[in-house]
Design a protein around this ligand. Sequence first.
Ligand SMILES: Nc1ncnc2c1ncn2[C@@H]1O[C@H](COP(=O)(O)OP(=O)(O)OP(=O)(O)O)[C@@H](O)[C@H]1O
Ligand SMILES: [Mg+2]
Length: 239
Amino acid sequence: MIEIKELVVSFREKRVLDHLNLEVKKGESLVIIGLTGCGKTVLLKTILGLIRPDEGEISIAGTNITELGEGELNKFRKRFGVIFQSNALFDSLSIGENVAFYLREHMELKEGEIGRRIGEMLKMVGLEGIEELRPSQLSGGMKKRVAFARALISNPEIVLYDEPTTGLDPIMADAINNLILSLHNEFSVTSITVTHDRDSAYKIADRIGMLYQGTIIGPLTLSEIQKTDNPIIKEFLRI
Ligand SMILES: Nc1ncnc2c1ncn2[C@@H]1O[C@H](COP(=O)(O)OP(=O)(O)OP(=O)(O)O)[C@@H](O)[C@H]1O
Ligand SMILES: [Mg+2]
């Protein structure tokens, strides 16, 4: 589904991704781990075409997105659901308007249908009936769940999650893990999740890759991880 070849991304003289190669299979839940500042968010933004790489290819379902213009990229992004690390909710819009934002942008639907879908998504993330509130009135965990509802409302084929459980209590984090798993199991969504949360990684991953010095170590399945003698992965996952 996603095939990345020899990807290079630099900011001035600092090279963040350095000939990175990675394949994500259709329907797979891939988890990326790595030290803070190693380039995980940069990788996700490059996959979305928000950062243009210096070198390399990113093929998504057979299309090399590094060759697309802005207009074509915008159309392509409809296939993605994204949960940014900061949630990126629009403070001036209500929760309902936030959740419907991409749906209104990308699809021609009647208002009644949009309202129904907003209600359905908020219910799915356990936040029924908060359509009229504003982001400033919500806790961090609630905002994260609204970001989920917004990302998933248009039934994306590929979902990118940047630290979906960070800052949540263990019960809420587990609810989010279950949500990720159910999308994966019920709708065969292909996903890449960036996380620092080891429990979450083990729970949701088919394979785990570690971003280290600009490239990916692995990805390895959970049983391969148990057997690995790679010292960097062992130290990071404390195995
Ligand atoms: N737009 C930008 N301009 C310049 N440098 C950037 C830009 N975006 C990211 N960087 C740099 O790229 C490096 C990787 O950043 P990135 O946000 O991808 O890290 P990360 O792995 O997501 O870290 P964290 O786990 O803390 O979220 C950092 O050194 C950062 O300062
Ligand atoms: Mg990040």
